[in-house]
Design a protein around this ligand. Sequence first.
Ligand code: SF4
Ligand code: SF4
Length: 94
Amino acid sequence: MKNKTLEEKLYTLKFKPDIYSHLKANQEFCKNCESKVCTTICPANVYDWLDAEQKLVINYENCLECGACRIACPHSAIEWRYPKGTCGVTFKKS
Ligand code: SF4
Ligand code: SF4
């Protein structure tokens, strides 16, 4: 069986974003965080560090709800919960 391309795999996902972010980060911890591991560990590139503004941007709409960022953050700076109601990601059968 042929391996699926990333585009084919992404087609099996459906997103219904909430109007509020289900992810929050304590920006004071982020400013002093050396690894900023959330920006590399997230499979959906949800986190971007803006050096000029010294700010962590959270593109929560793309979140796959895997929980990796919460586990990996060395400062426990991420307040993590599931999106409310029927919002968030749905994994469709391919
Ligand atoms: S790893 Fe944690 S503390 Fe570091 S930038 Fe990301 S959310 Fe902030
Ligand atoms: S839960 Fe997973 S997909 Fe969502 S922001 Fe964290 S690492 Fe990224």
